[in-house]
Design a protein around this ligand. Structure first.
Ligand code: GLC
Length: 541
């Protein structure tokens, strides 16, 4: 065994609670539902579960508008259900991460109700209030991610408040000395219960320019999403945010074995700063390179090399392919290629986060206009295709029964079940020896048992074929592995004789071959990925 920590060794699996498993037939997933699927998750071979927000919320942004940070939303269950879920996860050796949303609350949070009550309320400056500009409009040109200005006028006290998402998500003011301590108390509440850490929502947005300067136009704007029309230099990545994160981390470190992942969409150089100068910020600043990189072997290889090259000393890498805000992998790269994508995600160096349903190849589900729920899609229907997230949040496909086993037959789920559920589901793939699920499960178990795959170093291998991406994972005194991925539709041959003469196929994406191969003339089928073992004995000889 090696001395890596659980959050370095293992895989994080993201559960979107509304869509995972409904236990009380209201069409919405819930905590007892998740508990009933823990055996599935344990058997899959993941290490930790991250739950998107489970807190009381009017659901203006599906839980990312929190009305009470230290309670459970009745639609998901109650605190007993949570305690049981946590204990049941721990019994199975699974860790549990919660989603902390510190940047903004719901407008129905008591803090905001007090803040908006009067200009002299003690909580007034817990949020960001400003007078109108001289023309009566918003105080500056800042924009909401979801469309329109980032400011809403509140008649009662005659001022605007700031919100970078929907109007019902007012932003907390971390320049007020009481706000951070209040958020640290929230963290303590859950850590005392034994949660293993947090995924922290929009952590890089937590501080805003105090002078509220206008943001400059983005000269590279493509004219599509209005939010991209400005350069967000006064609402994102302000230097002072690091101090806030250090305080959060300092508090977390009072507890043993906990961790913090930060949601951060920034270019690499800036992203690295979120590890902290002395590794005292996020254990994992989320690395979204794979989401933002064109799906070609060359582009992905470059992204991997660049990321590895800029990682600070001692910083542990992480990789993400999908989440509740991003397109489904199988829709983006194709159903067959999605296996290659999963092989990549699960064999790169660092901690992968796997979004629910990606292990069976769930795709973006077309949402009829009358069923659209997601605020950005409703607010900007003209670009709903681009920014709407309902298609990636549909019910988990458990089996071929009505409603895919997510909820009882006859119940209307909150979002439509995918049309392909009769063929793409857990039960069916469990029976099929060549399925995506069988492949992912085998890969997760292989990853767990092989030090090179969960903890080893990574070295990309130059190839003279730009349809392929290859890398080697190596760990002292252990077998090493070659990963070979074909990103295209054509079968290709490659010469890897310089690495070794022979290797053994340990796993393929298609689960259809094994045994020794000659590396000098290795054939890789279309859309195929291979994990090849280079035994320690062979390396030493
Ligand atoms: C994060 C969440 C997203 C949410 C937004 C506002 O980006 O991942 O789902 O809408 O924050 O909280």
């Amino acid at each position: 065994m090696n001395d890596q920590l659980w959050w370095q060794r293992g895989v994080i699996y993201q559960v979107y609670p509304r869509s995972f498993q409904d236990s009380n037939h209201d069409g919405l997933g819930d905590l007892p539902g998740i508990e009933s699927r823990l055996d599935y998750l344990a058997r899959l071979g993941i290490e930790a579960i991250w739950l998107s927000p489970i807190f009381p919320s009017p659901m203006a942004d599906f839980g990312y508008d929190v009305a009470d940070y230290t309670a459970v939303n009745p639609i998901f269950g109650d605190m007993d259900n949570f305690d049981r879920l946590l204990a049941a996860a721990h019994e199975r050796g699974l860790k549990l991460l919660l989603d902390l949303v510190p940047n903004h609350t719901s407008d129905q949070h008591l803090w905001f109700e007090e803040s908006r009550a009067s200009r002299d309320n003690p909580k007034r400056d817990w949020y960001i209030w400003r007078d109108s500009a001289q023309d009566g409009g918003p105080p500056n040109n800042w924009l909401s991610y979801f469309g329109g200005p980032a400011w809403t006028f509140d008649e009662r006290t005659g001022q605007y408040y700031l919100h970078q998402f929907v109007t019902k998500q007012p932003e907390l003011n971390y320049r007020h000395p009481e706000v951070l301590p209040a958020m640290l108390d929230v963290m303590r509440f859950w850590l005392d219960k034994g949660v293993d850490g947090f995924r922290v929502d929009v952590i890089w947005l937590m501080l805003k320019d105090d002078a509220l300067r206008d943001e400059p136009p983005n000269p590279l704007w493509d004219g599509v999403n209005p939010h991209d029309s400005l350069l967000h230099i006064y609402t994102q990545d302000l230097p002072g945010v690091h101090e806030i994160i250090r305080s959060m981390r300092g508090m977390l470190d009072d507890y043993e074995g906990r961790m913090m992942v930060g949601e951060i969409y920034l270019p690499l150089a800036k992203l690295m700063a979120y590890y902290g100068r002395s590794s005292d910020e996020c254990h994992q600043p989320y690395n979204f390179q794979l989401i933002n990189t064109p799906w070609t072997a060359t582009a992905v290889r470059t992204a991997v090399d660049e990321y590895e090259a800029v990682l600070p000393d001692g910083a542990w890498p992480n990789w993400v392919l999908g989440n509740h805000d991003q397109k489904r992998t199988a829709s983006r790269v194709g159903f067959e290629q999605a296996r290659v994508a999963n092989m990549l995600l699960l064999t790169l160096r660092g901690t992968p986060t796997l979004y629910y349903g990606e292990e069976i190849g769930m795709t973006n589900v077309p949402i009829p206009p009358e069923c659209v729920q997601d605020p950005p899609a409703l607010l900007q229907p003209e670009i709903a295709e681009l920014i709407g997230r309902d298609p990636v949040r549909t019910p988990m496909q458990w089996d071929g029964s009505a409603n895919a086993g997510f909820t009882a037959s006859g119940v209307t789920p909150w979002l439509p079940v995918a049309p392909d559920y009769a063929t793409v589901n857990v039960a069916r793939q469990d029976q099929d020896p060549f399925s995506m699920l069988r492949f992912v499960r085998q890969l997760l178990h292989l990853r767990r048992s092989e030090p090179a795959l969960h903890s080893g170093s990574l070295q990309t291998i130059p190839l003279d074929n730009d349809g392929l991406f290859a890398y080697r994972r190596t760990y002292p005194e252990a077998d090493s592995f070659l990963v070979m991925l074909n990103f295209g539709e054509k079968s290709l041959q490659v010469d890897l004789g310089s690495v070794a003469a022979k290797a053994t196929i340990t796993l393929t994406t298609r689960l259809d071959r094994s045994g020794a191969v000659d590396l000098a003339s290795l054939r890789v089928a279309a859309n195929e990925g291979l994990v090849l073992r280079l035994p320690l004995a062979q390396r030493q000889s």
